[in-house]
Design a protein around this ligand. Structure first.
Ligand code: CP
Ligand code: NVA
Length: 303
């Protein structure tokens, strides 16, 4: 693995290997073990969009592994505006050992990787969020032993988070169901990538949340309006209203169900306060797992 740009290019064994490494790193951290695998390594983080979890978990993870990180707001760099993606990348590789990017367009992070002699990590784009998907699998594995054979019902928008999780889940033998309003199905680009990299049988989709959650081991949701889609917010609020993860929906799911959300949450929109605070919710464990999952990625790329 040279870069970490999306989930679809990882094979099943690599994903399982990363999950095992993440679990090992989590235990080692809990035992206070000091790691030096990133000693003398510098990781630059260029973020075109806001972030709490991705930024802080990467910066802390790099420090915990003995390395150094540099955060640069995307506006300062002006990728493709102030200078070309190629010129940016061909400069940066002389200064740092790894690049983490959060971008508006997947093509930006792919473009950087194309010109980069150092590993590039995707910290979220319009179409994917592979770091999140890895932490999600780790969380599901912690609760259910393995992801294989488990059903994840994603209630809401088939966005970047849903796309990466659908692919990650199905790659390791899980079942993913997207439950969304008509008009918000996974697009043709997703279907093409899924067929090419996972298999011919696409993830199930439905517009009926109450039926879908009956077989759920995990109910997952995310904001209805992702960063970059703000102009659609009013329309989306109306169209997604029947897809709120609330107590009535949770009551239809099996008793053992766990609720995941990548955060930040808009309480009262895609999820209610009582559900996110309920015993079924494991969202902060999931947020914590970002740290361990990304440390596994950093070690695999930089060790
Ligand atoms: N889940 C996630 O990526 O959070 P941030 O946007 O805060 O990084
Ligand atoms: N789908 C959300 C995820 C934020 C972590 C967004 O892209 O804004």
């Amino acid at each position: 693995m040279r870069h970490f740009l999306n989930i679809h290019s990882l094979d099943r064994d690599t994903i399982l290997h990363l999950l095992a490494d993440a679990a090992r790193l989590k235990t080692a951290h809990a035992h206070g073990e000091v790691a030096t695998t990133l000693r003398h390594k510098i990781v630059a983080m260029i973020f075109e969009k806001p972030s709490l979890r991705t930024r802080v978990s990467f910066e802390s993870g790099v420090t915990q592994l003995g390395g150094t990180s540099i955060f640069i707001p995307g506006g300062e760099v002006g990728l493709g505006v102030r200078e070309s993606i190629a010129d940016f990348t061909r400069t940066m590789v002389h200064y740092v050992d790894c690049l983490v990017l959060r971008v508006f367009k997947q093509e930006t992070v792919d473009g950087v990787a194309k010109h980069s002699s150092v590993p590039v990590i995707n910290g979220l784009s319009d179409t994917s969020h592979p770091c999140q998907a890895l932490a999600d699998l780790l969380t599901i594995q912690e609760w259910f032993g393995e992801v294989s054979g488990k059903t994840v019902v994603f209630v809401g928008d088939g966005n970047n988070v849903a796309r990466s999780l659908a692919i990650a889940c199905e790659k390791v033998g899980g079942r993913f169901i997207l439950c969304r309003p008509d008009g918000y199905a996974f697009d043709d680009d997703f279907a093409a990538k899924f067929r090419k990299h996972v298999g011919s049988k696409l993830p199930e989709e439905t517009n009926d949340p109450f039926h879908a959650v009956k077989s759920a081991d995990v109910i997952y949701t995310d904001v209805w309006t992702s960063m970059g889609q703000e102009a659609e917010r009013e329309l989306r609020l109306k169209q997604f209203a029947p897809y709120q993860v609330n107590a009535a929906l949770l009551a239809k799911a099996p008793r053992h169900v766990k609720v995941l959300h990548c955060l930040p949450a808009h309480r009262g929109e895609e999820i209610t306060n009582d559900v996110i605070e309920s015993p079924a919710s494991v969202v902060f464990q999931q947020a914590g797992n970002r740290l361990h999952a990304q440390k596994a990625v950093l070690e695999m790329l930089l060790k």
